[in-house]
Design a binder for this molecule. Structure first.
Ligand SMILES: [Zn+2]
Length: 278
């Protein structure tokens, strides 16, 4: 059987607002509802940020705790992944929710430019976040905005600094960082295949690059991420009605490429995670 494709849904992020798209879930109850619909549509990982009541990004562990509780109740088995990247410059507050022991957490291993700022990931902060994830048995998802991040992740994994199996996500199409470039994508895939053949990889595209990168990843045998964090539109003229609608778009791509969509059980097995949520 062809390898099942793991679909990750990034439901909220730290940037999009209701003004960008009213379907962006902001409160914890909106987030749980939106995730449940995406889970039923085929997503097996949920990538989570939390927001303050006014919509600004937050790292509040209490909000993360409420979100985790709601997700475990309404999406049993789904892989819960917290973002530690949401508030650049916030230092160790970015990992303050790790004691809640989500299945996974995102981890950036290098710095780069974002649309309006520097996305700062100094080595001592990366060391600390990686060590916290190890202490709480959380598998990192490495966010690779650049080739050097992939090589750093492989080196850190080899050095025993990262908990669990290596899982790398290529992020392409962030303004001022790596564009969605096909030759670069192919080189990323080849780098993973030759230097970390036992690892799984995933890819995400931002804005109009989302659907493009989804298709590249599915066709190349990887996993992929969608969701309103990365893109709020279905196409130039239409807003995405929900996170689930974006997940369904990836399910269709999987069907076209004869890739089964991974169930949460298959996804947990492929990523070497606990068989059920902790
Ligand atoms: Zn995120």
């Amino acid at each position: 059987m062809t390898k099942p494709c793991i679909i990750c849904v990034a439901i909220t992020g730290s940037l999009p607002t209701k003004a960008n798209n009213p379907a962006v879930p902001i409160t914890v109850s909106e987030q749980v509802e939106s995730t449940q619909e995406a889970f039923e549509a085929g997503a097996s990982i949920v990538h989570c940020h939390v927001r303050n009541d006014d919509g600004t990004p937050s790292s509040d562990p209490e909000r993360f705790a409420r979100l985790k509780e709601g997700l475990e109740k309404h999406c049993p088995g789904m892989i819960i992944q917290f973002s530690t990247g949401g508030r650049s410059g916030a230092g160790r507050a970015r990992g303050g929710m790790l004691p809640l022991r989500p299945d996974m957490a995102s981890l950036s291993v290098g710095s780069n430019n974002f649309p309006t700022r520097v996305y700062e990931n100094p080595p001592d902060l990366v060391d600390w976040l990686a060590a916290e994830m190890k202490a709480y048995e959380i598998t990192p998802e490495i966010e690779a905005f650049d080739l050097s991040h992939i090589l750093q992740a492989i080196a850190r994994h080899r050095a025993g600094e990262l908990y669990g199996r290596l899982y790398v996500q290529f992020v392409m199409g962030v303004k001022n960082a790596m564009p969605a470039d096909r030759a670069v994508f192919d080189f990323y895939v080849e780098t993973m295949r030759t230097r970390a053949p036992e690892a799984e990889w995933c890819a995400a595209g931002i804005g109009p690059a989302q659907i493009v990168v989804n298709e590249w990843a599915v066709a190349a045998g990887g996993h992929t991420r969608t969701g309103l964090e990365d893109n709020v539109r279905l196409d130039r003229d239409r807003l995405a009605p929900s996170n689930a609608a974006l997940v369904r778009r990836v399910v269709e791509i999987c069907e076209r490429h004869e890739r089964p969509v991974a169930t949460w059980k298959q996804a947990r097995e492929m990523l070497g995670l606990r068989p059920v949520a902790a």
